[in-house]
Ligand binder design. Structure first.
Ligand SMILES: Cc1cc2nc3c(=O)[nH]c(=O)nc-3n(C[C@H](O)[C@H](O)[C@H](O)COP(=O)(O)O)c2cc1C
Length: 327
């Protein structure tokens, strides 16, 4: 039996102890996160025993409205129920909406920065261990970083430093709002003309100076499987998450053992079989219901705005969990 010593070694980050190196990355699932179905989705993921679960991209304008410390607490309790840390990804606008970065006024950007601070404070009070600004995948925050997209002439554009400013202010604001009591993750995509790895490394260093505890390196989907984390893991003092096709336990263990990353995110495979961490840990890999990377009912359903499920499920496992009265 293969033992996965690195995959199942704990990691202490500030005051948070992750029981292992498996992270469930943020995945939009097209159910309201606080509905019975949304909570069932996250309970199913939590039961797998991952070291940290990152709740899907969540718009900062929702905080202080439907998302408050009181309403979020049941979700946080579910995430913690099997020993993993509870994190949530923060998105500058409601997820699914778009904004033209060049049309936003300087004051509009500053309002978004403030909202990240408020959201972080609410997450802290709800009991979350970590928040993650979504700076990846070509969405708004990532676009600010891109010279071919960002034509702004104010402090949020003009130069490489200007294009990093929005992200850096968000991180500093979160740090201010949550002091040292919340981990700050940051998801970045280092893929593209003039914003690849070479340009991203100095940016990542500035993010760390601004208060980022963990860098989550997520390549664009068409590059999966591709582990772009290594140069960041080698250069930075903070742990780096590798994501994208990291669901082969042997390859994941090797990546950790070789220092190419400190954590591995396992996404679609957790949708296919949320018991992946427990089965790998217990030597039951043969029982894993494999993700076939068809993308039919995960990415496919997002495109159709239908609740995410999985082509390899025999029944809808989320509905079954709700009908069973769990939670
Ligand atoms: C259904 C679905 C929803 C996703 N939603 C998000 C999201 O909210 N935020 C994000 O940064 N990435 C999102 N992703 C990307 C994943 O976090 C992850 O980076 C990607 O699935 C690659 O990892 P994998 O090969 O282990 O699946 C999503 C992916 C899927 C399949």
């Amino acid at each position: 039996m293969t033992t996965y010593r690195h995959l199942f070694s704990p990691l202490r980050l500030r005051t948070v102890e992750l029981p292992n190196r498996v992270v469930v990355p943020p995945m939009v699932q097209c159910r309201p996160i606080l509905s019975a179905e949304g909570l069932a989705w996250y309970r199913r993921l939590a039961r797998g025993g991952a070291g940290m679960i990152i709740v899907e991209a969540t718009g900062v304008p929702l905080f202080g409205k439907e998302l408050t410390p009181r309403t979020l607490k049941p979700l946080v309790d579910i995430l913690h129920s099997h020993g993993g840390a509870a994190a949530i990804q923060l998105f500058p606008i409601p997820f699914g909406q778009t904004a033209d970065l060049n049309a936003l006024g300087t004051a509009d950007v500053q309002v978004m920065v403030e909202r990240f601070g408020l959201a972080a404070r609410i997450c802290l009070e709800a009991g979350f261990d970590a928040v993650e600004p979504h700076g990846a995948h070509g969405y708004l925050l990532n676009q600010f970083f891109m010279p071919d997209k960002n034509r702004r002439t104010d402090r949020y554009g003009s130069s490489a430093e200007g294009r990093q400013q929005f992200a850096l202010e968000i991180v500093r604001r979160i740090r201010e709002a949550a002091e040292d009591r919340l981990l700050v993750l940051y998801r970045h995509t280092p893929v593209g003309e003039a914003y690849g790895i070479d340009d991203s490394l100095p940016f990542a260093e500035r993010l760390v100076e601004a208060g980022v505890d963990v860098l989550d390196i997520s390549p664009a989907r068409h590059l999966v499987p591709a582990d772009r984390a290594e140069p960041f893991a080698r250069a930075l003092t903070v742990p780096v998450i590798a994501v994208g096709g990291m669901d082969d336990p042997v390859a994941a263990e090797e990546a950790l053992a070789a220092g190419r990353c400190a954590l591995v995110a396992v996404g679609r495979q957790m949708i296919a079989d949320a018991q992946w961490p427990a089965k790998v840990r217990d030597g039951r890999e043969g029982e894993i219901r494999r993700c076939v990377k068809c993308n039919a009912k995960c990415y496919g359903h997002i495109r159709e705005r239908k609740p995410v499920s999985c082509a390899v499920w025999k029944t809808d496992e989320v509905l079954a969990a709700v009908e069973d009265g769990r939670p």
